[in-house]
Design a binder for this molecule. Structure first.
Ligand code: PLP
Length: 376
């Protein structure tokens, strides 16, 4: 099998699975229990927090474990809205956010919020000036993702953070950095008030994530009131095996981060060159993230391409780019010609992806194109 869908999820390395197995079968204590099997786990939870914080480059005491990236996005937006409930009921976000942000915004609209959805240009770009210009005296929160999951576009979150105080010093900034963890994330350098990440995009297990909450967020509203875990903000017995896996994955990524960055940049360049040599194939967006490449075969529907390659054991995605036959909200926001939009596919790479795998995928794509008449 050739797996080129790392933006959807990533394989779990054996070392990560082993770390989880040890916790499941031997160190199964509840961190809230007093005897050594439990108390020891409490210390280990803090160690795991430090490992993830090291990869995110943020203080461990400001990091809170969650059950996934979706939870982190929802918590951040709700917490920002709560803190700034006397500032106003306006939120700024982009039209290309993950649905975890967009659907939460829709719920906030039902609660009386007005949401400004910023449109990208044809390359998927949104400038910091565009974001800042939308901020008003009643803007409670800005939510702008770090790396787009469908296009690989990197957004200028640090510039937004720098410019925000001059526009409205009380507006809180959230960034969904789920696709930036492992590669380009430094929470310290970004300067956002909330940063969401998820373990399964970096070789960790599904069902665990984290939210950084910065010092400008005073007395954050608990997401889940209850037994008081996560310093009272997110109660629920810690998912210790998931946390152990997240931490081990973070350690592995941190150890090889520079090597991976170079490898992925080289792969991205190779994939672009190889794929663009296929007749009719065009690039989509101007994504700078090295692990994501979006392209289109205008006239060849993405769903058919994904099925055909899937049958040959090659995993790529129209996934987000093709919800029930309709182009995704991200592709739609680019306002591409209809045929181009319908043919958008995404390849995404991991640290162990090889040029040979990308070459085999390119050949399969070429065969798909050559064997079929354009349909649209
Ligand atoms: N945000 C982005 C940009 C994502 O790519 C994803 C997952 O695809 C999520 C949020 C949701 O993360 P999770 O699957 O952990 O809920």
């Amino acid at each position: 099998m050739i797996y080129l869908d790392h933006a959807a999820t990533t394989p779990v390395p054996r070392a990560v699975a082993d770390a989880m197995l040890e916790v499941l079968t031997e160190q199964y204590g509840n961190p809230s229990s007093q005897y050594p099997l439990g108390a020891g786990m409490k210390r280990r939870v803090e160690g795991w927090r430090e490992a993830v914080a090291a990869l995110m480059d943020c203080p461990a005491e400001r990091l809170f474990f969650t059950s996934c990236g979706t939870e982190g996005d929802n918590w951040a937006l709700r917490a920002a809205a709560w803190q700034n409930r006397h500032v106003g009921k306006h939120i700024v976000t982009t039209a290309v956010e993950h649905s975890a942000v967009l659907e939460c915004c829709k719920w906030l609209e039902r609660d009386g919020y007005e949401v400004t959805y910023l449109a990208p240009d044809r390359d998927g770009a949104i400038s910091a000036e565009q974001v800042l210009a939308a901020v008003r005296p009643d803007t409670a929160a800005v939510s702008c993702m770090l790396v787009n999951n469908e296009l690989g576009t990197v957004y200028p979150v640090a510039d937004v953070a720098r410019g925000l105080p001059a526009r409205n010093p009380r507006t809180l900034l959230h960034t969904d950095a789920v696709q930036g963890l492992g590669g380009m994330l430094s929470a310290r350098a970004l300067g956002a008030d909330f940063v969401t990440v998820s373990a399964h995009k970096i070789g960790g297990p599904k069902g665990v994530g984290a939210l950084y909450i910065g010092p400008r967020v005073k007395n954050p509203r608990p997401l889940l009131p209850g037994g008081g875990q996560e310093r009272g903000l997110r109660s629920g017995t810690e998912a210790t095996a998931q946390l152990a896996g997240f931490a081990r994955a973070a350690e592995l990524r941190l150890e090889r981060r520079d090597r991976d960055r170079e490898h992925l940049a080289a792969l991205h360049a190779y994939a672009r060159e190889t794929l663009l040599a296929i007749p009719d194939l065009v690039p989509v967006g101007a994504g700078a993230a090295p692990h994501i490449l979006a392209v289109s075969l205008p006239g060849w529907p993405a769903g058919n391409i994904v099925n055909d390659l899937g049958a040959q054991g090659i995993c790529i995605s129209a996934g987000s780019a093709c919800h029930q036959g309709k182009p995704s909200h991200v592709v739609a926001a680019l306002k591409l010609p209809k045929r181009t939009a319908a043919g958008v596919i995404r390849l995404s790479f991991g640290p162990d992806t090889t040029e040979a795998e990308i070459g085999a995928c390119a050949q399969a794509l070429r065969r798909h194109r050559d064997a079929r008449m354009p349909m649209l």
